[in-house]
Design a protein around this ligand. Structure first.
Ligand code: FES
Length: 324
């Protein structure tokens, strides 16, 4: 969980496709025609979306490809605008800046068996994992849950793939017998089997809870949220942060994040997602009680109260002393 430096790449939108209702696919190639940095299954890129927003998108093309990156973007009008800017503001031929791939959701490639669970647009990293496991000749089953066939992205690609027989589609609006039956899908965990899940919070938590109930070892359960947390809520109140190195006391107003308050006072913490997902802004906490709001730290790491993500997390105490 170290901070990662960001080296920006300029890419061009070579193709923009409709992958499902509300889901656009973007094929990105290096603007200068060169090879792109290699990536592993589960990796994502930071995309500087039109309008100055920074968003993370998982790469869904077969790992090993160097001539392009493929991403899928769900249009979400309820979000803070990144996905709408991608849908409406980006067309074929446009250039944009992205980071090199990063991977917080790596695949255990030598596992004898893997179970993959994708909910909605959470399919993107899972698809890259399926491609990789298939290329390695590993045993796996891929459960893909969506609201309806019309909202199921990459269906044709999956049906035409060499692993089509390993994919089970589950649609909320479909017949009872095809619905995702988690107790049965997750029964009898084996020591060498690894489980991966990506999707909306409710889906991801349902899979994790069932895996815990069924006795899956935590180390074999891997997950990634595809959407971050909102930085503000109506219950937020002001508090102070103290900069250990200088002794400066900085007030964080109710409507500010810690990162914003620090920046306004000339203290810069590196950020990327600003949604509590990527871990870039991880900062050590020396005193005070944190109100964790992120999706990055494990419950155990949050309970330790010695680090936090200041792009979204706040304080329960009157002040926090930060190792800055
Ligand atoms: Fe991504 Fe804070 S910037 S977790």
């Amino acid at each position: 969980m170290t901070n990662e430096t960001t080296s920006l790449l300029t890419v061009r939108v070579a193709r923009k496709t409709v992958e499902a209702e509300g889901i656009a696919g973007f094929e990105l190639v290096a603007a200068d025609g060169s090879e792109l940095p290699a990536f592993d299954a589960g990796a994502h890129i930071d995309v500087h979306a039109p309008g100055g927003l920074l968003r993370q998108y998982s790469l869904c093309n077969p790992p090993g490809e160097r001539h392009r990156y493929l991403i899928g973007v769900l249009r979400d009008p309820a979000s803070r605008g990144g996905s709408v800017a991608m849908h409406d503001g980006l067309k074929e031929g446009d250039t944009l800046q992205i980071s090199a791939p990063k991977n917080h959701f790596p695949l255990v490639e030598d596992a004898p068996r893997s179970l993959l669970f994708a909910g909605g647009i959470g399919v993107t990293p899972i698809l890259a994992m399926a491609e990789r496991l298939h290329a390695l000749g590993r045993d796996f089953t891929f459960h893909y849950a969506c609201r309806s066939p019309a909202r199921t992205a990459f269906t044709e690609r999956i049906r035409a793939s060499g692993f089509a027989d390993k994919v089970l589609f589950h649609h909320d609006d479909g017949a009872a017998e095809q619905k995702l039956d988690l107790p049965s899908a997750l029964k009898s965990p084996a020591a060498g089997t690894h489980l991966y899940v990506c999707g909306p919070k409710g889906f991801l938590e349902a899979v994790r809870a069932q895996a815990a109930d069924a006795g899956w070892p935590e180390a074999n359960v891997h997950y990634e949220y595809f959407a971050g947390v909102e930085a503000h809520s109506a219950a937020d109140r002001h508090f102070d942060v103290v900069i250990k190195s200088s002794g400066a006391v900085i007030r964080v107003e109710a409507a500010q994040t810690v990162v914003q308050a620090l920046e306004a006072n000339g203290v810069f913490v590196p950020v990327s997602c600003e949604q509590g997902v990527c871990g870039t802004c991880l900062t050590r906490v020396l005193e005070g009680e944190v109100e964790h709001k992120d999706l990055y730290l494990t419950p155990e790491e949050q309970a330790a109260n010695d680090q936090f993500l200041p792009c979204c997390s706040r304080a329960k105490s009157e002040r926090l002393v930060l190792d800055l």
